[in-house]
Design a protein around this ligand. Structure first.
Ligand code: FCB
Length: 433
């Protein structure tokens, strides 16, 4: 029997997007070039995506209809800094307009500076392997904070550096298409330094503006890595995966400590370098010690017989509880759920997914975890990187051909939960019956 429950008291409800996945129209970024060369599951390109650049008003109205209290959006670096060192007043004005609309609609903006896409000038001159990548990123963070810092208190510097680097620098399936673990660790050190520098800059610029409410952090993709069997080697390899895939990044971007095999620190601000723990949570992997060419030392698999989403990822709500509890204990920071969602074109499982994951937040709050926001991935269906439009994560269904937006049943459920600040018996009957 499913039970009604109330949302944690301070939890703001909303959804998350990324500029490249929804805006369309920009040709000056690494993903545009990558998709033009082909290889996206359904052959889609990065434009028009959800044509959000031209539909900001419509989409903010939709978020309001879905009772959003927070919206996590990202800025397209290539629009804001179209050439090295030149910042576009027009692009900044566009984002300013969008943020003003959100605020007017009662929706708090949570703004991400980097979400997987780079300006072409940066990408083509070495990208995250450039020696000066951290300070280049810092200059961009400064320009943005100077332009928008009076409106925006909450910032995500970088989204999922671990996913970006694994796909782009080890597997070679995302731009820049490299397959070198050595490069991946070099780029990782730079991204961590970039975060540390941007964190300091966002604080400095806003405090010069007289603002004392800055909350800056990163969005970390965290997975549960469980051993596939009782074999101690599986346990060992699971721990190694956890350390290399997320531990390194958490320690580097939350408390500024540098872990092997990353090269030494260059950023100026060790110590506390995040004001919140941002978590993107989707799934768990089982890990077995099966050395293979692809993974070097271990193999990942999905628990046999487990429920999965359209992409075959295990649906494992308990994982959200386990990860938040573990890392909240370790770092002691307020928690932002910066992403959580399901690829579910038919909308057959999303409502239950929402219920089950929000219920884990209730459990965590009861144990004293300070949870500040839940940003569902995602607002409307979008350009899902290599999956193109084949993976549908939206609370709102999008027809990419007509750009028609239709709120899914789970989207209505989401709105009712956000408005009522919890799940009621009626909702259980109407949406989960
Ligand atoms: C996360 C990304 C986001 C989206 C979801 C499904 O890894 O941050 O852009 O692709 O997965």
């Amino acid at each position: 029997m499913l039970k009604p429950f109330a949302l944690p008291e301070n939890l703001l409800m909303g959804s998350a997007t990324a500029s490249l996945q929804i805006e369309g129209g920009d040709t000056n970024n690494s993903w545009y070039a990558w998709a033009e060369r082909g290889g996206i599951a359904d052959g889609s390109k990065t434009s028009p995506a959800a044509d959000h650049w031209n539909r900001v008003g419509q989409d903010v109205a939709l978020m309001k209809e879905l009772k959003h209290q927070v919206y996590r959006m990202s800025l397209e670096w290539s629009r804001i800094e179209p050439e090295a060192g030149r910042f576009s007043a027009d692009a900044l004005a566009h984002y300013r307009g969008e943020i003003e609309r959100l605020i007017k609609a009662g929706i708090k903006p949570l703004v991400t500076l980097h979400h997987f896409s780079n300006p072409l000038w940066f990408e083509n001159s070495g990208g995250w392997l450039r020696d000066d990548a951290p300070s280049v990123f810092q200059a961009y963070a400064r320009a943005v904070t100077e332009a928008l810092g009076d409106l925006v208190s909450d910032w995500v510097t970088i989204n999922e550096p671990n996913v970006y680097l694994t796909n782009g620098y080890v597997y070679g399936i995302w731009p820049p298409g490299r397959t070198s673990p050595k490069d991946m660790f070099a780029a990782a050190a730079n991204m961590i330094d970039a975060h540390i520098l941007a964190y300091g800059t966002i604080h400095d610029v806003r405090s010069d503006m007289g603002r004392t409410d800055t909350m800056a952090g990163a969005a970390h993709h965290l997975r549960v890595f469980d051993p596939a069997s009782g074999n101690p080697l599986d346990t060992l390899v699971a721990k190694l995966f956890e350390y290399l895939f997320q531990g390194l990044f958490l320690d580097g971007m939350l408390d500024g400590s540098r872990r092997l095999p990353l090269r030494r620190h260059r950023a100026a601000l060790p110590g506390r370098v995040s004001d919140f723990l941002g978590i993107n949570y989707y799934t768990r992997d089982l890990v077995s010690f099966t050395p293979s060419a692809r993974t070097q030392f271990g193999r990942l698999s999905v628990k046999p017989g487990s429920p999965v989403n359209d992409l075959g990822w295990e649906i494992y709500p308990e994982g959200l509880y386990r990860l938040v509890r573990k890392y909240h204990r370790r770092y002691g920071l307020p928690v932002y759920i910066t992403e959580n969602g399901i690829a579910d074109r038919a909308d057959a499982r999303r409502s239950r997914y929402l219920y089950d994951h929000l219920y884990q937040l209730r459990r965590l709050a009861d144990e004293g975890v300070d949870l500040r926001c839940y940003c569902h991935w995602t607002t409307m269906d979008n350009f899902e990187w290599m999956e193109g439009f084949t993976a549908r994560f939206g609370l709102v269904e999008l027809d990419p051909a007509t750009q028609k937006r239709t709120v899914r049943k789970s989207g209505r459920f989401f709105a009712e939960i956000a408005a009522a600040r919890g799940v009621t018996q009626d909702m259980i009957r109407n949406y989960l019956g």
